[in-house]
Design a protein around this ligand. Structure first.
Ligand code: PBG
Length: 325
């Protein structure tokens, strides 16, 4: 034997030396669900230990996470039914919860990178990501609203807009609108390869945003397709995206790797609500160890090629990573 592979695994010191993938709190993007009101912290029943916060408490939570080394938040708002319509009026309301949240969070934490979800579903009376006509989700009219919505988020102070709608041509339209309005420093994190996944179920509970009819298969991608993901990714690169996202993450590690090998932009992956809840449920049932499962999955997502990971485990993982041994 002239090669004993176990030499490099013999002790924790040696293993630490040759480790290829290391997680750091600044890898994480923390999704934040914000609701109207004050002093509210509501647990989402299908997402154990994850909460919807009123803006005052969301700011406090983000301050804590910032101290743990988390540098990026991705904002979502829960919109009251009375404000939902089929045009996205509330989505562009500069006094709306999203816009107030951006301003308050940037004021409290100027160095936190604030990203905002751009899609119509939380604002839509139909629960769809775009404007509905008959049984169709219409593309080009939706793109116009998404561009206006992005500019309004930029004006409120968002560092990045994150379009999650999967309409065609929205990255180019958003970039053009931002340029026209003078927002030359606002980035676009494109949900470029977003699949029609059952793993978004708990998120739709959290924001009360499930589609009222049909499903999202005419705009989100078929989970069977890999080439199509690259087509989407490369188009968004050409249209001017700054960061490319693959979503979900755990079930799509192959797509993350192909994306990483195909672009020269930072790649992010969204470890989505259902992927979080699965681990929580299995741990609660005693089937596996929660901390170990969390770290193994997050490490796998990074190893697959994700530079950034949006995850509901961001705080717990950051706590673990910063704990003194
Ligand atoms: C909105 C949006 C969704 C998610 C992020 N942005 C839901 C959907 O597309 O139905 C899912 C996030 C998660 O499940 O954690 N377009």
């Amino acid at each position: 034997m002239n090669r004993r592979n176990r030499i490099l695994r013999q002790s924790s010191g040696v293993r630490e030396l040759v480790k290829e993938t290391r997680l750091h709190p600044s890898d994480f993007i923390l999704p934040v669900f914000i609701t109207e009101g004050e002093n509210k912290k509501e647990e989402i029943s299908s997402m154990p230990d994850f909460y919807r916060y009123s803006l005052d408490l969301a700011v406090k939570e983000l301050q804590e996470c910032y101290k743990l080394g988390i540098r990026c938040a991705l904002l979502f708002v829960k919109v009251p039914d009375a404000l939902k319509d089929n045009e996205g009026k509330e989505a562009v309301n500069e006094q709306g919860l999203m816009h107030r949240s951006i301003r308050a969070i940037k004021k409290a934490l100027p160095d936190l990178v604030v990203m905002t979800d751009v899609a119509l579903d939380p604002y839509s009376s139909y629960g769809h990501d775009g404007i509905v006509e008959g049984d169709q989700i219409v593309n080009d009219k939706t793109v116009e609203v998404l561009a206006r919505m992005s500019v309004s988020h930029a004006r409120a102070g968002a560092d990045f807009v994150a379009p999650s709608d999967m309409m065609d041509g929205r990255i180019a339209a958003i970039r053009e609108a931002l340029e026209k309005e003078g927002f030359h420093r606002t980035g676009i994190m494109s949900y470029a390869a977003k699949y029609a996944s059952c793993f978004y179920g708990p998120f739709r509970d959290a924001l009360d945003s499930a589609p009222g009819f049909g499903d999202k298969k005419t705009y989100q991608m078929d989970p069977s397709n890999r080439h199509e993901a690259l087509k989407e990714v490369l188009m968004d690169v050409n249209e001017g995206a700054d960061i490319i996202m693959v979503k979900p993450a755990h079930a799509y590690l192959d797509v993350i790797r192909e994306t990483k090998n195909s672009v020269h932009l930072p790649v992010s992956a969204y470890h989505v609500s259902g992927e979080y809840s699965m681990i929580k449920a299995a741990a609660k049932a005693g089937y596996l160890n929660e901390e170990q499962a969390m770290m193994e999955v997050l490490t796998s997502i990074k190893r697959a090629g994700a530079d950034l990971i949006a995850t509901y485990f961001a705080k717990a993982a950051a706590q673990l990573l910063t704990r003194t041994k």
